[in-house]
Design a protein around this ligand. Structure first.
Ligand SMILES: NC(=O)c1ccc[n+]([C@@H]2O[C@H](COP(=O)([O-])OP(=O)(O)OC[C@H]3O[C@@H](n4cnc5c(N)ncnc54)[C@H](OP(=O)(O)O)[C@@H]3O)[C@@H](O)[C@H]2O)c1
Length: 317
């Protein structure tokens, strides 16, 4: 990174008190301060938001942190997303990548964050009613006004990216997908080509390769696999999850780090340059994640494959 920042991105979905409908409280702002402090200590300079996180309270809490820490905004990069309309009593949940919705939601995000611009805007999910030209128009309007630096997507296949790219004068910047030691469709789709088990893989084959070829940054959400390999309560005591958790623990002990660093290091070790989005709000777990790049640099092929095979629960084809 240009300022020495980590490849890790801090995921802000857990800030603002979560999805409950109550107002933002002082304790939520304090927790956001603590999480941001821990992320900075871990070398993280990129922060991932969405308009919907905690119904806007995640961005609001972060905005309070920015307002209360002069100089912080200049040290970090912000990313937000729009395109999901959460269900309400009157209306079922929908996706909306119309020009009007993108413009209105981005303005709302900027207001909540208390900033004039975000470095990156992602279209959160594919909207079947969207027109690529409309998305491009909204982005260019925001970019020309200095409100958004670059446009990316989330949860889109290579084909959907090509479709959107056809209307854009510049390269899509990023695709944020669920990728982890638990959600391994992004790997399975590659090694199961010409194999009957390929039909069971939900991940669109070729998306990782497309991003690599086109220079699109790959961001991994769910990168910690919700803690299933690093001690989260409720993790299975037998089976692939337990075996992978045991191996993660063994490697963490041998390498002198926390299990989070092994789980994230495994993603970083892949040559696609994946940037894990770390979703824990627990300051100790955030700081522990900061070791992931060191662990990735020292992870050999045997260790990397052993983790994958343990988590998938059966030998490779
Ligand atoms: N683009 C998308 O569609 C999309 C979807 C979902 C998320 N995201 C982004 O990606 C980020 C990460 O995603 P994520 O939150 O789903 O996945 P994650 O980072 O894999 O998991 C984070 C969750 O797991 C819990 N956890 C982790 N380690 C734990 C442990 N050892 N013990 C107990 N709990 C543990 C955390 O709780 P604690 O906070 O208590 O540690 C938190 O609730 C989000 O913040 C958001 O920015 C994007």
């Amino acid at each position: 990174m240009d300022d020495g920042g980590s490849r890790l991105i801090f995921g802000c979905m857990g800030l603002g008190g979560g999805w409950g409908s109550g107002p933002l409280e002082a304790a939520h702002v304090k927790a956001a301060h603590d999480a941001v402090e821990a992320a900075l200590d871990a070398g993280i300079r990129d922060f991932d938001h969405a308009d919907i996180y905690a119904h806007g309270k995640a961005e609001e809490a972060f905005g309070r942190v920015l307002a209360e820490r002069p100089g912080l905004r200049e040290r970090i990069r912000l990313q937000t997303k729009c395109g999901i309309r959460l269900p309400s009593p009157e209306r079922a949940g929908q996706y909306d990548s119309s020009r009007e919705w993108i413009l209105a939601q981005t303005e709302e995000s900027l207001r909540r964050l208390g900033t004039g611009h975000v470095e990156t805007l992602l279209i959160h999910r594919p909207d079947p009613l969207a027109h690529p030209g409309e998305i491009a128009e909204a982005f260019l309007e925001l970019r020309d006004a200095g409100k958004v630096g670059r446009l990316g997507v989330s949860n889109m296949s290579a084909e959907q990216m090509r479709w959107l790219q056809s209307a854009l004068p510049e390269q899509l910047a990023a695709n944020q997908l669920e990728m982890s030691l638990h959600r391994t469709g992004w790997l399975e789709s590659g090694v199961l080509v010409n194999h009957p088990e390929a039909a069971e893989v939900g991940f669109p084959h070729g998306t990782v390769e497309y991003c690599q070829t086109a220079g699109v940054e790959l961001q991994a959400w769910g990168a910690l696999a919700q803690g299933r390999y690093s001690g989260a309560a409720g993790t299975a005591e037998t089976g692939p999850d337990a075996a992978a958790a045991a191996l993660v623990g063994e490697l963490a002990e041998r390498k002198g780090c926390a299990p989070e660093a092994v789980v994230l290091g495994w993603l970083l070790r892949h040559p696609a340059g994946i940037r894990p989005v770390v979703g824990t709000s627990n300051p100790a777990r955030i700081r522990a994640s900061g070791d992931a790049e060191r662990i990735a640099a020292g992870m050999d092929r045997h260790e990397w494959y052993s983790l994958w095979v343990a988590a998938r629960g059966r030998a490779l084809p």
